[in-house]
Design a protein around this ligand. Structure first.
Ligand SMILES: [Zn+2]
Length: 400
């Protein structure tokens, strides 16, 4: 049963929610109308949020004969979250206001040899943000290219990292730390603010090195008991004679990316499968027949697996990220035929739409910000903020 909201934040959580995931100006009048709030209570709530530095209001341009209103935006002295994305070849760190639009502040390549190597430089970047923003920084959220279970990176197959403890990036529990899989977080972002926005159940799949994804139901990712669900790349949709880096055999992961293209072309496994895949896609576009045949093969493997997942999950829409929409576009006929072939017959007359993800490479970062803001903009998070604010947020925090 849902807990009743505290009277203190009634309406405030909804108003703050209106600011999230949007780049368009939100006026107080529009927010009130969408939320079914009277203009008096909207004015009272926004004044209270302004007094706590939770939002800011500036006069809205006057349109027609309507009463003057204000544009709502994050307060320039309001709460912030830090987001980190650990990718195949590098990591980056960004900062986000409560609108959930991260701005990248540091990008650094990593050696790929050992996960623990990235802990120290990321910790240093976060320490710098804490020096700069003090208690305005409320949480840290990490998106990582690997399987995450109970907040721990348990396996990063393409990176070939073993279990890695990332908790050291925020020493001494100085801030809440959330760790999630990159494809899961990108899916969360696509479902809430991207190509799946406004639909109920979104299956997000992304191909980079291997394949990841998530089923998002009503804005909430279905990630299982320990958070490691959605490892769709390790379904046995592949050739059982091919061992996977994850330890299983016959994984779909090995059929849909640059490694698969190299196998079909009879070339050695590429050092950077992602870059190799882009290169083969270009060669195919330039008319190289062998490259085009390899792309068609990969497109069929990808599309028939997607059909199987549509049969299993019955989503409202499938969003495709990373290389997936490019593979589809490069071999559309083969892709679409394999998709239809794999669907149960009752689904074929009106197949679930497949859409290219709209947030691009920013998806995982935006999803990581969203999950941190879910915490910061909860009742508990707002109570904590109000308490810290009452004690004077400007005091610099001791940074070890
Ligand atoms: Zn596998």
């Amino acid at each position: 049963m849902a807990r009743p909201r505290e009277a203190r934040w009634t309406g405030a959580l909804d108003i703050l929610g209106e600011l999230r995931g949007t780049t368009a100006a939100v006026t107080r009048a529009e927010a009130a109308r969408r939320l079914g709030l009277g203009s008096g209570s909207a004015t009272e709530i926004t004044a209270r949020l302004r007094a706590l530095n939770l939002l800011d209001e500036i006069p809205a341009p006057v349109v027609g004969r309507g009463r003057p209103t204000t544009c709502l935006r994050p307060n320039p002295l309001g709460p912030l979250v830090a987001v980190v994305e650990v990718r195949y070849e590098d990591w980056r760190c960004a900062i986000s206001e409560i609108d959930g639009r991260p701005v990248t502040v540091v990008v650094q390549r990593h050696g790929r040899s050992d996960g623990s190597e990235v802990v120290r430089p990321i910790a240093e970047a976060l320490r710098e943000l804490r020096r700069q923003y003090g208690q305005r920084l409320r949480a840290v959220s990490v998106a990582v290219a690997g399987a995450v279970r109970y907040g721990r990176l348990v396996q990063a197959a393409p990176l070939e990292w073993g279990p890695t403890d990332l908790s050291g990036i925020v020493p001494d529990d100085a801030l809440p730390l959330l760790i999630g899989n990159d494809a899961t977080l990108a899916g969360l972002a696509e479902a809430r603010d991207g190509a799946g926005a406004g639909t109920g159940t979104v299956l997000h799949l992304t191909v980079e090195v291997g394949l990841g994804g998530v089923l998002v139901v009503g804005g909430v990712p279905a990630v299982g008991a320990g958070g490691a669900g959605g490892e769709y790349g390790h379904l046995p949709f592949g050739d059982r004679s091919v061992p996977c880096l994850c330890g299983a055999r016959g994984c779909w992961d090995n059929e849909v990316d640059g490694r698969a293209l190299a196998r079909h072309l009879g070339t050695p496994p590429p050092e950077d499968p992602r870059a190799f895949a882009y290169e083969v896609l270009q060669r195919a576009a330039a008319g190289e027949a062998e490259a085009a045949a390899a792309v068609r093969e990969v497109a069929r493997a990808l599309a028939s697996g997607i059909a199987g997942l549509v049969n299993a999950h019955d989503p409202s829409v499938v969003t495709l990220g990373g290389l997936a929409p490019l593979i589809r576009a490069a071999a559309e006929e083969d892709f679409d035929a394999a998709y239809l072939d794999g669907l149960m017959s009752f689904r074929r007359a009106d197949p679930i739409p497949l859409r290219a993800a709209s947030l691009g490479d920013e998806g995982a970062l935006i999803g990581a910000a969203a999950s941190a803001l879910d915490l910061v903009l909860s009742e508990t998070g707002l109570n904590d903020w109000a308490a810290d604010f009452g004690q004077g947020l400007d005091k610099p925090r001791d940074v070890p």
